[in-house]
Design a protein around this ligand. Structure first.
Ligand code: FMN
Length: 412
């Protein structure tokens, strides 16, 4: 089967091809944490560029718990006008769009403030950069139920705004992934211990979102194939979770890997295992696909059409691209006529792995800002300069976020 053939999802939605724009946090929300004109421009470029499905950058379910400044927030009372416009731009050219919804848990930079929650009070270990993060507070039962309600409220709001579905982010070391991992979940109650208990929060959220939004709304989960840390969530755990999700008839499960501590999604593992040069998680996904009744999508490192095609031939229903589409939003259209065209994924190879990871992200985010301003991406941007620019931007946006929070706290 060709990666260009259409894909019928279990919700009844038909995608025009199997290419998916994977989630990339844009940090382009307006001062009220709503979608901005820059986001409309950016998503229009992707919709016109040929992918069958777009997954938005992660949208927060709680304005007091943010992965970064300039992030979009959607809560139960958030006005929907800007979200409606956002969905419409992303749906041009017969493209479907789903909103990725997320809670950061402990992966919150100290400078952001707000709530820093996690299943247990295990701080991030980022070596000499650990001080950038707060030690999280172990969640109470009420806080766990509040998070479930928030995911359901946000999914319902996305549906009202015209999105075709949602993807629940349970990968990359954010809150749901923290519950799944034995390294961060040390709880002794029904939410910790066995993988059945560690996945209880995710399963509860999936079940309630499905019930609230119905069968015809795309529902997907992004899951780590492994944490890439010794003693962490591994492929056997992933297999159990995929089986536990089977009764919910998800449209697809997106497989990725890693966390802030071990950024495997950038092609670097936290232990000695090496990741394949391209399609980092394909080997894991191949092992999981034979046991999974849910369609799988694999994301990470894909920049060549032949590699995307290979993933489909290995049984993947969908193929996700992130960085390559920041540099060439119309890469899929181009591949129709130029199948050998090579996409670009930056690889900053500095000794300080944390700074290298941040520089990588800043290079990609710079392209997102350029596309948002209707400018062309820059292929040869300097990693160092992009990182400095990004840090200045983060500083300014964090200040704006704090002012916004203060106003909100005073009016509540
Ligand atoms: C700038 C940037 C922002 C990202 N934001 C998100 C996000 O919000 N949610 C998510 O699941 N993954 C996020 N990712 C990870 C990508 O979805 C993807 O898993 C990863 O970049 C590997 O794919 P790639 O090699 O095609 O870039 C982000 C990646 C980049 C580069």
């Amino acid at each position: 089967m060709s990666v260009f053939t259409e894909c019928q999802l279990s919700s009844g939605v038909c995608l025009k091809n199997r290419f998916v724009k994977a989630a990339m946090e844009e940090n382009l929300a307006d001062a009220n944490q709503l979608p901005s004109q820059a986001l409309f421009n950016l998503y229009q470029a992707w919709a016109k560029g040929g992918v069958g499905l777009i997954i938005t950058g992660n949208v927060m379910v709680d304005r007091f718990a943010m992965t970064g400044p300039g992030g979009v927030v959607l809560e139960k009372d958030t006005p929907l006008d800007a979200f409606e416009k956002w969905a419409k731009q992303a749906q041009l050219n017969n493209t479907k769009v789903i909103m990725q919804i997320n809670h950061p848990g402990r992966q919150v930079f100290k400078r952001m403030g707000g709530k820093v929650l996690s299943p247990s009070d295990v701080a991030l270990n980022m070596g000499k950069h650990s001080g950038l993060f707060e030690t999280p507070k172990a969640m109470t039962e009420d806080e766990i139920h509040d998070v479930i309600t928030r995911f359901v409220d946000t999914a319902l709001q996305a549906q009202r705004a015209g999105f075709d579905g949602v993807e629940i982010h349970a990968a990359h070391g954010y809150l749901l992934s923290q519950f799944l991992s034995p390294l961060t979940n040390k709880r002794k109650d029904e939410w910790g211990g066995s993988i059945q208990n560690r996945s209880r929060l995710l399963i509860n959220i999936v079940s309630q979102v499905k019930e609230a939004c119905g069968e015809q709304f795309i529902l997907s989960v992004k899951l780590n194939s492994a944490d890439f840390q010794r003693g962490g969530f591994d492929i056997n755990d992933a297999s159990v979770v995929i089986n536990a999700l089977a009764p919910f008839n998800l449209d697809f499960i997106e497989l990725s890997g890693g966390s802030y501590e071990a950024p495997a999604m950038q092609g670097k593992s936290g232990d000695d295992r090496t990741l394949a040069r391209e399609a980092y998680f394909l080997e894991f996904a191949k092992k999981l696909v034979s046991e999974s009744s849910t369609p799988l999508m694999v994301t990470g490192g894909i920049k060549r059409l032949a590699v995307a095609q290979n993933a489909v031939e290995a049984g993947m229903s969908l193929v996700g691209l992130a960085s390559a589409l920041a540099y060439k939003p119309d890469l899929i259209n181009k591949w129709l006529h130029e199948p050998e065209l090579l996409g670009y994924i930056p690889k900053v190879d500095w000794k300080d792995k944390t700074l290298a990871g941040l520089a990588n992200m800043s290079l990609v985010k710079r392209q997102l800002r350029r596309l948002g301003a209707n400018k062309l991406p820059m292929n040869n941007a300097s990693a160092f300069f992009s990182l400095i620019m990004d840090q200045i931007k983060v500083f300014r946006l964090t200040k704006r976020y704090k002012q916004h929070l203060n106003k909100q706290t005073q009016t509540n």
